[in-house]
Design a protein around this ligand. Structure first.
Ligand code: NAG
Ligand code: NAG
Length: 290
């Protein structure tokens, strides 16, 4: 009897321990505050990111600006990021985000503010990364090289026609492009700036040029410049190239003709030698066979 009671108590203890462990590992009552909150923004497309992944609770993001009435977005999300682009349309405003950690089925009469964490400040105009500009077209004619840049687009649209605003539409004269260019196969790099999206530079005729562009917002103190675009090179027109390289081609042809002539002469000589040789060996071999 005493043995049975003991073992059932042991079983109960074991069950309790298991239940406790299960609770611990599922972490079901632990609501964590958001940490490592970062703004990732490029050409005014802005994503707020944070950690950790929630278990049995949710996050809600609230955007607050100096000129904005607080606005909740990504309500009750179990993700750890939120696209906040549409809440930051006033691009020169100073924003902060609060990230609330909320339990599901909260008592509606509970007016306590759920735990939250506040992000660093973010000013889109000053902090969004400038995307890599692309070279839309280029043309080399006589002594001018024309290069046209495609202004990177933002996610914001014009109200009238619904087309996307470019970063030029937002930065206006506060956006510059720099063209870095050099004569092909030389290392001397030159540069030129423009506040439009078109470069027209004076170059040497009949030489190939290579170049890339970079966008800059000069008013900024940090993150002023975009990454560099890919490098493009011109190739001067065929007829000009032919004129340029005629001498080279003539030399190659002359050398080739010389080599062929040499081969012919050598093979003729070799042929003559082999023809005269068997006669000689025959004469010598006759006495041996006989
Ligand atoms: C926050 O970032 C630090 C450094 O990158 C990292 O060590 C830490 O694990 C992160 N916190 C969470 C909750 O992931
Ligand atoms: C849309 O409208 C803006 C001005 O309201 C103008 O600058 C832009 O060129 C227009 N875009 C198109 C595709 O018509």
């Amino acid at each position: 009897m005493a043995g049975a009671a003991n073992s059932s108590r042991a079983l109960l203890l074991l069950l309790c321990a298991l239940l406790y462990l299960a609770r611990l590992s599922s972490g079901n009552s632990e609501v964590m505050k958001a940490v490592n909150i970062t703004w990732s923004s490029i050409n005014f497309k802005t994503i707020l990111q944070w950690e950790p992944k929630p278990v049995n609770y949710f996050y809600t993001v609230e955007i607050d600006g100096d000129r904005l009435v607080r606005k909740k977005i990504c309500i009750h999300t179990s993700a750890t990021e939120c696209d906040v682009t549409n809440a930051l349309k006033d691009v020169k405003d100073v924003y902060v985000a609060r990230i609330y950690s909320e339990v599901p089925n909260r008592d509606p009469d509970d007016f306590d503010i759920p735990p939250y964490e506040v992000s660093s400040e973010f000013i889109p105009y000053a902090q969004t990364e400038i995307g890599v500009p692309t070279i839309k077209s280029f043309e080399q004619k006589e002594k001018t090289l024309k290069v046209e840049i495609a202004d990177p687009l933002t996610p914001y649209r014009f109200e009238g026609n619904g087309s996307f605003r470019s970063i030029r539409d937002i930065f206006k004269d506060d956006l510059e492009y720099t063209l870095y260019y050099w004569k092909d196969q030389s290392t001397g790099k030159k540069q030129e700036n423009t506040k439009s999206n078109l470069f027209e530079i004076r170059i040497d005729k009949e030489k190939n040029y290579c170049f890339y562009v970079q966008a800059t917002v000069p008013s900024r103190s940090t993150d002023r410049s975009s990454q560099k675009s890919s490098v493009k090179c011109t190739s001067v027109r065929r007829d000009e190239l032919d004129g340029l390289e005629l001498e080279v081609i003539l030399i190659i042809v002359a050398v080739a003709v010389g080599i062929i002539a040499l081969i012919i002469i050598l093979s003729v000589v070799a042929y003559k030698c082999t023809r005269s040789k068997p006669a000689a060996t025959k004469k010598e071999s006759v006495p041996l066979n006989a």
